[in-house]
Design a protein. Structure first.
Length: 77
């Protein structure tokens, strides 16, 4: 199975090793952002995607999650 983003060999059902690490970082940091800015998961992903200081892999995962309407727990909204 291949990564849904880059087509590298996937280590989970969706992501390769690199994109999985980026996904875990996004999920881990959300609580801090939510508490500080009172934003939804989707708003958080949009902020990540638009931030010029965000790394490319993180942006790719955020874009994937937005495009596929993923919620915080990985299920479609």
């Amino acid at each position: 199975m291949n990564c849904k983003i880059c087509q590298r060999k996937a280590v989970t059902e969706k992501f390769c090793r690199i994109h999985l690490k980026a996904y875990k970082n996004i999920v881990e940091k959300y609580d801090c952002w939510r508490k500080a800015l009172k934003i939804s998961w989707r708003e958080y992903l949009s902020e990540i995607e638009q931030n010029p200081l965000t790394g490319e892999w993180i942006k790719e995962v955020a874009s994937y999650l937005i495009t596929n309407e993923e919620t915080r727990n990985g299920k479609k909204s």
